[in-house]
Structure formats: structure tokens, C-alpha cells
Write a protein that binds this ligand. Structure first.
Ligand code: SF4
Length: 461
């Protein structure tokens, strides 16, 4: 178990079987601790607060777990006016919130053009805008993006297609995935996540969910345990398991170290200390609800939603060594090793390419990797095929700001040399030193290669 956790901590990659093992093992405490360490290393101690405004509880969908489903006649429906939404946004900005989250059921009254007007006005408050309004077309998402929206939350809930379609009558799994990919394509910081505890959900499918988040290169992941609503078809089912939801969240942090992960309200609703426990197990975001009370009690996706008292929250945060951020809190932070890649949209492409390159290493790369992996060389942590901005370097020791590149004969051509110069300029501008070796050196003089690396490290100390 410890080996798998260490692998997750150093490589941020696990096989499906390894994820299943960690989701099923008896005691999750080591996973939570490791996720907390990685959270600290990559996104720091700041907690980002996002002000949530639930502006309409009207929904055309009929999700079997949700109290707002269209067939639930026992809920009093409401829709805030543009003026009310803007007043709530102003209140949040005056209070110091740097992100406003506009959330609703799938309410077609709010067309993309109408929402765009609202977004443009909120953007004048110098805040980031996150939308959580469900499935729309590419063109509608584009209107929202062009209006200035920064982020979009759309949970996949489960990647088990059969289960998804059972839980979402008349919905289409492929369309959900299409929406998420469109959001990424448009440059939204894209959030997704899953519901833990759906009937017939398996550990295997939860492992698939985590791998899906990684494949999508989502920027935010919200994990919530199922909390059963009495006016839904799931009313006789048990609630989700807090510990399992926490494990899914912690493993997501280990595999996606620089993303934003909320300590969800559902965690706190299921466990009175749930929010703080989540923050100590990988989470770094809290979403206080700033919807006016009258409306808030009608936005009942599940019952007895936990509230947040700001003073109490800030006291609890300081007790656990955390501070409230005063930034907009986009993915990563300036100290994160992964913030070396400046483009959220480009990062997904590069991460996928890096993964492909890792699977197709040259014999020399494989030889070098086998000698440095798992801190074998002078206890230095090397990573392979690592994205830095638009480039992917062969090997990197982040702590020592050292890049190692292995070159074959193809680097002799004029065009390749020009490209290499540009590439080196960019990488060194980010503070890295680059050591280049010919494949021939790896084949015939590996001792010399390691001596050069040692000497470089000594010189830079
Ligand atoms: S989960 Fe969202 S989309 Fe589904 S019924 Fe509830 S509000 Fe509507």
C-alpha cells in the first residue's frame, strides 16, 4: 500500500487496479495524509472562497437523486431577477469574495444572451465568474465565455454510462462528455466531479471516474457523497459513505496535484466536521452560500444542507494552519511546480502528449530512466516527459531546477537546432538549467553522464 501511495505522490499516475486497491483497503488515513502533503506542496495553505448564488431552482431535468428534479411537485420554485442576482454579486464582492459562482437548475429561461448580460456586469466588480447551469450547446457556451465567464462546473456524476443513464432519465452520457470537452476547448477552467454512493455504483466505476478526471485534465473536481432526498426515487436508499467519498477526493488530489478541489457542502452535511476533514485530506476550496435566505432554503438538492458561518470558518482554518486567499484562485499557484505551464488550455494537450511520450521512450531514455527512477540517483526525484509551457522536456529534477535532455542524430539539422535554441531560451527563462547528452553518451559513457550531473548539482549548491 505504501509503495502505491509513494508512486501516486511522485508520479501522479496510478493504474486502475492500483486505484481500486486504495479505494478498497481497510484504512484510508495514509491516503488522506499523502493528499494533504501534496495539496500543501502544489497549491499551498491558502483556501479559496467562492461565493455561491443559487439564482433559479427551476430545472427541466429529472435526476433521480435531486430534490429539484422537475417531477418533484413538493418544491416551491423560484427564479431571481437580474437585479437580485447583481445585488447578491455586489454584496459578495463588497465582502471581499474574488469569485462569484452562479448556479441554477437547467432553466432555459436564462438564455445564453441573457446570462451574458449578467456576466458582463458582474465582471465589472473585478471578480472571477464561475457558472454551474448545466448542459448547453457549444455556441451557447461560447457566448458565455465571450461575455467573460472564467470557469464552468458540470459534474459527470458517474462515468458508468449505464448507471448515468439510469440516474438521469432522458439524458445522454455522450452529450455530457461532449459538454465537458467543449468547455475545455473554449478555455473555461472546467470543473467536474462525481457522486459517491449511487445505487449499483461500483468501486471499479469510481476508479474510472478518477481516471476520467485526469484524462479530461479537469481544473476543478467536486466530490460529494450521496445524501438521499425524501421526495426522490432514491428515498429508501442509504446515504453515501463519507470515508469512501473522502478517498475518491484524496486520490484525485494525488493524481491531479495542482487543481482546485472544494470541501463540498455534502461532506459537511454528512459529517459535522466534514469540511475541515476534507480540507486536511486534499481540498483547498470552500463555497459559502450567499443566496438570500428565502431562496436558499428552496434550493434543496438534498435535505439539511450545512451552512457556513464565516467567522467560525476563518477560526477553524487558522487552527489548522490555513489562511483565506485574497486572489481569484485559478488552477495551481505561483509556487507550484506545475504552474510552469502557463496555459490552462494548452496544458491538457501537453499532458496527454507527455503521457504518450512516456509510453514510447527511446532505448536511451529507458536506460536513463531505469537508473534514476524512484530517487535512485543521489536521492533526487526525477520525472520524465514533463511539460514546461509549450515544450516537453525529457527528464526533470524540479527541486534542483535541472532539466536533462537526451539527443539523437536528428538534432544535427539546421531547423532542429533553431527549434532547440528557442526551446532552451524558454526553459532557461523559467529558471532551469539544461544538460544535454547524446544518445551515444548514454550507450557508452553513462558514468560520465552521471558525473556531469553530479558536478552541475555541486556547482549550483
Ligand atoms: S441535479 Fe441539477 S440538473 Fe439534475 S435535477 Fe437537480 S438541478 Fe436539475
Amino acid at each position: 500500500m505504501i509503495d502505491i501511495i509513494n508512486k501516486a505522490k511522485s508520479e501522479h499516475d496510478l493504474t486502475k487496479d492500483e486505484i481500486i486497491f486504495l479505494l478498497s483497503c481497510e484504512d484510508g488515513s495514509l491516503i488522506f495524509k499523502a493528499a494533504d502533503e501534496i495539496r500543501k506542496q502544489y497549491v499551498g495553505d491558502e483556501v479559496h472562497l467562492r461565493a455561491l448564488i443559487e439564482f433559479s431552482n427551476i430545472c427541466r431535468c429529472n435526476c433521480v437523486y435531486c430534490g429539484l428534479r422537475s417531477q418533484n411537485r413538493d418544491v416551491e420554485r423560484y427564479r431571481l431577477s437580474k437585479k437580485q442576482i447583481l445585488e447578491s454579486a455586489q454584496k459578495a464582492a463588497d465582502f471581499g469574495y474574488k469569485t462569484i459562482v452562479l448556479q441554477s437548475g437547467e432553466d432555459v429561461f436564462f438564455t445564453a444572451d441573457y446570462l451574458a448580460e449578467i456576466i458582463k456586469e458582474i465582471k465589472n466588480l473585478d471578480v472571477a465568474v464561475t457558472l454551474s447551469i448545466g448542459e448547453r450547446t457549444f455556441e451557447e457556451y461560447k457566448i458565455l465565455k465571450d461575455a467573460g465567464a472564467d470557469r464552468f462546473l458540470l459534474r459527470i456524476e458517474t462515468t458508468d454510462k449505464k448507471l448515468y443513464e439510469k440516474c438521469h432519465p432522458n439524458a445522454n452520457f455522450e452529450n455530457r462528455v461532449r459538454c465537458l470537452r467543449d468547455l475545455k476547448k473554449l478555455g473555461f477552467e472546467t470543473g467536474t466531479g462525481c457522486l459517491v454512493g449511487l445505487p449499483e455504483q461500483t468501486i471499479e466505476s469510481l476508479a474510472d471516474d478518477i481516471l476520467f478526471f485526469k484524462d479530461l485534465d479537469a481544473d476543478m473536481i467536486g466530490i460529494g457523497p450521496l445524501i438521499v432526498h425524501p421526495h426522490t426515487p432514491l428515498k429508501d436508499k442509504p446515504n453515501g459513505n463519507f470515508d469512501l467519498a473522502l478517498r475518491v477526493m484524496s486520490l484525485t488530489r494525488l493524481l491531479m496535484p495542482d487543481i482546485n478541489i472544494p470541501a463540498t457542502t455534502a461532506m459537511e452535511t454528512l459529517n459535522p466536521q466534514g469540511r475541515i476533514i476534507a480540507l486536511q485530506s486534499g481540498a483547498n476550496v470552500v463555497m459559502p452560500n450567499l443566496t438570500d435566505n428565502d431562496a436558499r432554503i428552496k434550493y434543496e438538492i438534498y435535505p439539511n444542507k450545512a451552512g457556513i458561518n464565516y467567522t467560525e470558518l476563518s477560526e477553524k482554518l487558522s487552527q489548522i494552519g490555513r489562511t483565506i486567499s485574497c486572489t481569484k484562485g485559478f488552477r495551481g499557484n505561483k509556487n507550484s511546480p506545475l504552474s510552469l505551464n502557463p496555459s490552462p488550455a494548452g496544458r491538457g494537450k501537453n499532458v496527454n502528449l507527455a503521457r504518450t511520450l512516456r509510453k514510447n521512450m527511446t532505448p536511451q531514455e529507458t536506460k536513463f530512466w531505469n537508473l534514476v527512477r524512484n530517487n535512485q540517483f543521489q536521492n533526487i526525484k526525477f520525472k520524465r516527459q514533463y511539460p514546461i509551457g509549450p515544450y516537453i522536456v525529457d527528464f526533470i529534477a524540479i527541486q534542483h531546477m535541472l532539466v536533462v535532455e537526451l539527443d539523437g542524430g536528428g538534432h544535427n539539422t539546421d531547423s532542429q537546432q533553431k527549434y532547440d535554441i528557442e526551446r532552451a531560451k524558454y526553459i532557461t527563462s523559467r529558471g532551469f538549467k539544461i544538460l544535454r547528452f547524446w544518445n551515444n553518451d548514454i550507450d557508452n559513457n553513462i558514468e560520465g553522464v552521471f558525473e556531469t550531473i553530479s558536478q552541475t548539482l555541486r556547482d549550483s549548491n
